[in-house]
Design a protein. Structure first.
Length: 134
């Protein structure tokens, strides 16, 4: 994710670059989707290892339902519980073989090719943050 064009959050930019030593994806693994300034807890629901010069993996990720257990989401004191939500739409991410970065995208229905979208992903942890200034 490039700061200023794909994210406005320095934290999300840094998270999207934290791929060295990252675990290989497996179904059920915790994930965090990265957007303009927000982060959303998610679960990996499908993993496909690709035979490609550009892409290593394609995964599908579904955002979890987030429950506030205590505190407030506006002052950063919230404690969350995350519940898998299998009925939500699954986002597609592919791992760039060269950089190891996860790229959000979609499959073009006319050409069948992967098209890059906006956003990033980190695997192995669930995090939730909604920017209160929007």
């Amino acid at each position: 994710m490039n700061i200023g064009t794909q994210t406005n959050s320095l934290v999300n930019h840094l998270y999207s670059r934290m791929t060295v030593g990252a675990p290989a994806p497996v179904v059920g693994m915790a994930a965090t989707t990265l957007s303009w300034t927000d982060r959303h807890a998610a679960t990996v629901t499908e993993v496909t290892e690709l035979v490609s010069k550009v892409w290593a993996y394609e995964i599908r990720v579904v955002e979890d339902k987030v429950l506030v257990i205590s505190g407030s989401t506006y002052d950063g004191s919230a404690t969350f519980a995350f519940v898998p939500n299998p009925h939500r739409y699954a986002d597609i991410y592919r791992m760039d073989r060269k950089t190891g970065a996860w790229v959000h995208g979609y499959i073009n229905q006319d050409t069948g090719k992967f098209k890059r979208g906006q956003g990033g992903l980190i695997l192995g942890t669930r995090d939730h943050y909604v920017d209160p200034s929007f």
